[in-house]
Design a protein. Structure first.
Length: 86
């Protein structure tokens, strides 16, 4: 991975850990630490867009309390599985 790509991952990790709510910090932070490096460029771009969404909405989507927008369905499914694995 290029230095620019690594810088982008670092920035995304920081944004994942410094959300507006502690719940989303605890969901997105660990996911970003272990899973971001394995995503392809399109998935990383989608994750970047996801981080611009409202935390309340994100929490509702990741916990299946509200329907997930189609664009984020696969990504949020992966995040949810990661966050709530036993």
């Amino acid at each position: 991975m290029t230095e620019r790509g690594q810088d982008r991952l670092k920035r995304l990790k920081m944004r994942s850990w410094r959300r507006g709510t502690k719940e989303m910090d605890m969901i997105l932070g660990p996911f970003s630490d272990t899973e971001l490096a394995g995503l392809n460029q399109a998935q990383i771009a989608l994750y970047d867009a996801l981080l611009n969404e409202n935390d309340h909405d994100l929490y509702q989507w990741v916990t299946a309390q509200a329907p997930t927008p189609e664009a984020y369905l696969d990504l949020l499914s992966d995040i949810s599985k990661f966050a709530f694995k036993s």
